[in-house]
Design a protein around this ligand. Structure first.
Ligand code: BGC
Ligand code: BGC
Length: 747
């Protein structure tokens, strides 16, 4: 125990002796246990307790107004006093501002902690940040692909290393709480946070989420290299009817349990310490006041013992947006009654005052408050906040190191999905002359997406010097590489004749949350015009799509020779794309979502048989532009010898199969082996197929590998009409690459 901690607990022991006569209101319940925390709670005043449950944005302790800080941004001593010393606020979150040097972060967080340590009970502040693809608010940080890009790598070992690295760089910035990962499923391409997810499939999202928790938090106790994860956004945030941010979801419990819940359950089982609540409403009830979700499901059923924080301003929105509460005070009572531990207030000072009044008036019991305070203090303790203070610059020598940057580049490369390569146009020899068209080619911001240096990532002045846009990276590789704007090219497409290849770059500039809502899934007219223009020219053409969601293109791309999807690959995405084009790397990403052909015809891959009925009564209705899992490399892979160990299996057995993969190409490649299973008859209409296992396999040039895959029969379960997970005996189909087999499960 270091000095600060020793002094703190000595003081605490004295305080506890002093109030031994005070009535013992605390009920012993399953969550009590840590004597240090219990003693601390006993010594805390009500002001301190409600302060712990309060989270304010950093802007609230800076000079200036929230959203309008004085430049340069700096802490206000006066505000720190009223927030930390008077209101005893226990948590601060990052936002509003922008990227700062690491020194600035360390000094800022240290100043906040020093202030907190002056309190009677010197409880450190829990600082939180959305470091969703690296510590994206620290200068020069190592930024890797956004989650959708990580999902497109299908490489869990890589994702674990990235999360570990991100935790390291977050700690190096003095921060121990990361609002990541997002475990919502991307089932609707209109949704503006599609790219913040691991894609549309529940199995892939569950495995990736669990992996990320292990990377962020480490395997055992949280040490000085790890941070707390925060699961977002519990529950059903992405399933909106309108496809827009924070709009209503209408969802039967069966769907909630089978599709929306498993990724959260897996992450909770993996030990995630905190969770953030969905800002939206399900079936007319805002999740922030839904006890069946926050208490019955989260606490009683999933046994989550960690901290539940609201999302941004959501208690206030119960009054101003959802209109289920007549005023702020009743909204606070509703949310606390439902099970909220901490309110991301984040820009008023009323929350702790009103919460305290509610307790004093007897509307909320002090035991209820203690329950949340206990969870918050437990997280603080697990994060070592009582033991150690802000680190120094020298403590984290690997911050932004070559090793970290190489890992980001590897991830960017593995995230890129090659979807088409007619006549083996790619890779392009270095002596080719290239014409690059479209402004996105020049934008590093486009490669990173939202939550990068600023919330919307719309200010290039914060970009890390030296990181390359796609165009800059290409120009380093190809001596003959010119650029033209989309408008100029469309005025004079004949210019293509002067080049060997035209590369058009389309997609989206960064956005997140409500500012990313769209009225039309189609790419804008200018970019559709560009795509049509390159389809008409006789010069070979490549389309590169840099985008966080699959925007429809108004074309089946028949006139485009090659197509690359870049799922927000991050700061090294330019280099990765150029490496793919030059053939320095062999592309290996696979779509983690279905790419629709038409704006009003989106159907996820795990749809039902009735989704397939076409207007001509055939079963051809589901015709996406690219299927879930699509992607090719520069090598053809043969799938042969699919063979099942046993074709008759009991409910407790494990399906075992082997398959031979052969690399027909002349270079090493990576193949993602995906196992899809379909239930031929079931009491709840079965999906045409479901992903039940996946694995990344590397193959040398010409190499053949026989791979064994194990799939427990229990993992083929679905949620039945009584809300139970069951496997119904009967015939199942297995699909691996182009090969299929059947097996039978008996009672
Ligand atoms: C958003 C937050 C964001 C903040 C930035 C809010 O409206 O909901 O996510 O961090 O604005 O100012
Ligand atoms: C977003 C969250 C984010 C929070 C804090 C909210 O508006 O929905 O994902 O963690 O702001 O910035």
């Amino acid at each position: 125990m270091n000095k600060i901690k020793a002094l703190f607990f000595l003081f605490l022991a004295m305080a506890v002796v002093a109030c031994q006569d005070a009535p013992q209101t605390e009920k012993q319940n399953i969550e009590t246990g840590d004597p240090e925390i219990e003693d601390l709670i006993k010594s805390m005043s009500l002001t301190e307790k409600v302060g712990q449950m309060t989270q304010l944005t950093l802007d609230m302790v800076c000079v200036g107004e929230p959203y309008n800080l004085e430049v340069p941004h700096r802490l206000s001593e006066e505000k720190l006093d009223s927030v930390i010393r008077v209101l005893k606020v226990g948590s601060i979150l990052n936002c509003g501002g922008h990227t700062y040097p690491r020194e600035y972060w360390l000094a800022t967080i240290n100043a906040i902690q020093q202030k907190a340590l002056q309190n009677e009970n010197p409880i450190p502040v829990l600082y939180g940040i959305d470091a969703i693809h690296g510590v994206n608010y620290t200068d020069s940080a190592s930024l890797f692909p956004q989650q959708i890009g990580l999902a497109c790598t299908w490489d869990t070992a890589l994702v674990k290393s990235l999360a570990t690295m991100s935790a390291y760089e977050t700690r190096a910035s003095g921060i121990r709480w990361n609002f990541s990962p997002v475990l919502d499923l991307a089932r609707d391409p209109r949704w503006p946070r599609f790219w913040e997810t691991f894609g549309e499939d529940v199995h892939l999202a569950s495995i990736m989420g669990e992996t990320m928790i292990h990377g962020y938090q480490g395997e055992g106790e949280i040490d000085s290299l790890h941070v707390s994860a925060c699961l977002k956004h519990f529950l059903g945030y992405s399933i909106t009817l309108s496809g827009k941010d924070r709009t209503p979801a209408w969802m039967p419990e069966r769907q909630l349990r089978e599709y929306v819940l498993p990724s959260f359950k897996a992450a909770i089982d993996a030990g995630a310490l905190t969770i953030m609540v969905n800002s939206g409403e399900i079936n007319g009830i805002p999740v922030h006041i839904d006890k069946t979700i926050l208490e019955d499901l989260l606490r009683d059923e999933l046994k989550f013992e960690g901290l539940a924080v609201t999302d941004w301003e959501d208690i206030k929105y119960l009054v101003t947006r959802h209109r289920v509460a007549k005023d702020y005070k009743s909204a606070i009572k509703m949310a606390i009654d439902a099970g909220i531990d901490m309110s991301m207030v984040p820009t008023d000072l009323e929350f702790p005052v009103l919460l305290k009044e509610l307790v004093e008036e007897g509307a909320i019991s002090e035991e209820r408050i203690n329950k949340s305070v206990r969870r918050i203090l437990t997280v603080k303790k697990k994060l070592g906040l009582f033991d150690s203070q802000t680190p120094s610059m020298a403590d984290y020598p690997k911050f932004a190191s070559k090793e970290h940057q190489d890992l980001c580049l590897e991830a960017a490369e593995k995230s890129l999905v090659l979807l088409k390569n007619e006549n083996e146009l790619l890779p392009l020899a270095q002596n080719k002359s290239l014409l690059v068209v479209g402004e996105l080619a020049q934008s590093l911001n486009a490669l990173n997406g939202g939550w990068t240096h600023t919330w919307q990532n719309n200010d290039p002045s914060f970009n890390t010097p030296g990181r390359l846009s796609f165009l800059e990276a290409l120009q380093q590789e190809y001596a003959k590489c010119s650029f033209l704007s989309s408008a100029d090219f469309q005025k004079n497409p004949n210019i293509a004749k002067s080049y060997d290849v035209v590369i058009a770059v389309c997609g989206e500039m960064p956005y997140t949350e409500t500012p990313g809502d769209i009225e039309d899934l189609n790419l804008d007219d200018e970019q559709q015009g560009l795509i049509q223009a390159i389809e008409r020219i006789s010069t070979p053409s490549i389309l590169v799509l840099i985008q966080g969601r699959p925007r429809t293109l108004g074309s089946e791309l028949n006139g485009v020779d090659a197509l690359i999807y870049a799922p927000l690959p991050g700061d090294f995405g330019g280099e990765a794309l150029s490496n793919l084009i030059s053939g320095t790397i062999n592309p290996s990403g696979r779509l983690a979502f279905t790419y629709p052909k038409h704006p009003s015809a989106h159907t996820c891959y795990d749809h039902k048989y009735t989704d397939q009925i076409h207007i001509d009564f055939s079963t051809n209705a589901v015709q996406p532009l690219f299927e879930f899992g699509s992607g090719i490399s520069y090598c053809a892979i043969d799938y042969t010898n699919l063979s099942l160990d046993q074709k008759q299996l009991g409910l407790n057995d494990t399906l075992r199969y082997s398959i031979t993969l052969t690399n027909k190409g002349d270079r090493a490649t990576r193949e993602t082996l995906m196992s899809f299973v379909s239930d031929s008859v079931a009491s709840i209409t079965p999906s045409v197929k479901r992903l039940r296992a996946f694995e990344s396999i590397t193959l040398e040039a010409g190499e053949s590998k026989t791979v064994d895959v194990l799939i427990p029969v229990s993992s083929l379960a679905f949620v039945d009409a009584n809300m139970n997970w069951i496997v119904e005996p009967g015939v199942f189909g297995l699909q691996v690459g182009p090969l299929t087999e059947t097996f039978e499960v008996y009672e």
